[in-house]
Write a protein that binds this ligand. Sequence first.
Ligand SMILES: [Ca+2]
Ligand SMILES: [Ca+2]
Length: 156
Amino acid sequence: MKRIELILATWGQAKGAIAMNIFKISFISALSLMVSFCASTAQANIAPLADAGPDQTVLENSWVTLDGSGSFDPDADAITHSWTQTSGDSITLDLSDPIYPSFTAALAGDYSFELVVSDDSLSSPADEVRVTVEIPEPATLVMLTLGGLSLIRRRK
Ligand SMILES: [Ca+2]
Ligand SMILES: [Ca+2]
């Protein structure tokens, strides 16, 4: 019997994109056929992208919240956030919400952190965020003190 071959294409959704799968059907005999997979246009997994949020300048002793909410995966996979401090005095981040970690800026100085996000199998390149912690301006303190004095005088 002469061998007959048919090409069959199917369409379906994969990772949010339309994928086409191509099969070859070979009729080997009147009673048996063989289906072989040839090709697929299904997209491979794409790595997510990290966004560690805007750089911040804060006053000493303030509560700082980092913002990793701009991170995303191009094919809409769920992602996990992982933060690492890369410079500055050692800080313990409160990671109870890993998208928005926070800490108290107890010491003035420059701090930087890196965010890496991962889907099931791929990790993003790291994105950096810098936090500058400043000591309050002495001028502000003097004005506050003077303001307090004038309040006391007015009360007399
Ligand atoms: Ca992905
Ligand atoms: Ca950044």
